[in-house]
Ligand binder design. Structure first.
Ligand code: MN
Length: 239
């Protein structure tokens, strides 16, 4: 198996290929080529939104987007960096008493950063109607029809239990697309999938604006999807 999965594929499968440039991950850049000089990845950085804070209104109000990006996403970036520092200190001290909690924090904050970075890119001001021919063909192979995909994605996303995400991903073993529900940021995945498009259904994403009407928010999100961006990530994942 290891001969079949090249280095580039491995980078992609952990989200470091297509997303790294936009996630502000210096650690990923270091892993790509140059030799690591220390045992600690460089700090992750909060990426700017790819549009103005008011560009997704009225589906997502300016203040909702600003707090979500500047406070919540920033919190995951800070949590990821502080967890990595604590792991460095644990290695230096030879004290792994907290390794279980720190490993959980690493998965939680790391996944939170990856998914939020993709969430901003999943939307575009005004939306982009429906996928074009190339992506549409991939969707139809996986789900039977675009309507079948849309029905499953909307239903799965609205039905996430508690805090989580709806996610469209490329699954490299079966070489096709899957819709997943994510609980918290890190649970219920298939290892190796490449996330292509995600909808945040944590209450912090919509509650100020929609209260308990998650369904209305998810329907609004769907109209904002940047399908050309999804297609570009899909083509890169399949290459
Ligand atoms: Mn969020």
């Amino acid at each position: 198996m290891s001969e079949l999965i090249g280095r580039r594929d491995m980078m992609r499968s952990v989200g470091l290929g297509a997303l790294a440039f936009s996630m502000g991950s210096k650690g990923a850049a270091a892993a790509e080529g140059s030799e690591a000089k220390t045992a600690v990845p460089k700090e992750y950085e909060l990426p700017d939104l790819p549009y103005a804070f008011d560009a997704l209104a009225p589906v997502l109000a300016e203040d909702v987007l600003r707090v979500h990006h500047d406070r919540h996403h920033a919190g995951y970036v800070n949590g990821l960096n502080s967890t990595l520092k604590k792991l460095e200190q644990a290695r230096a001290a030879g004290d792994f008493g907290n390794v279980k909690a720190l490993s959980r924090d690493l998965a939680f904050h790391g996944s939170g950063h990856v998914l939020h970075s993709l969430y901003w890119q999943s939307m575009t001001p005004g939306g982009s109607s429906e996928p074009e021919a190339r992506l549409l063909g991939v969707i139809e192979r996986a789900f039977g029809s675009y309507a079948g995909f849309k029905g499953q994605f909307l239903a799965a996303t609205k039905a996430v239990e508690g805090s989580g995400w709806g996610l469209l991903a490329y699954e490299p073993v079966g070489q096709g697309l899957v819709v997943l529900q994510v609980e918290k940021h890190q649970n219920l995945t298939i290892w190796g999938v490449v996330p292509l498009m995600v909808c945040d259904v944590w209450e912090h994403a919509y509650y100020v604006q929609y209260q308990n009407r998650r369904s209305e928010y998810v329907d609004g999100f769907f109209k904002l999807i940047d399908w050309p961006g999804v297609e570009a990530r899909c083509v890169a994942a399949m290459a």
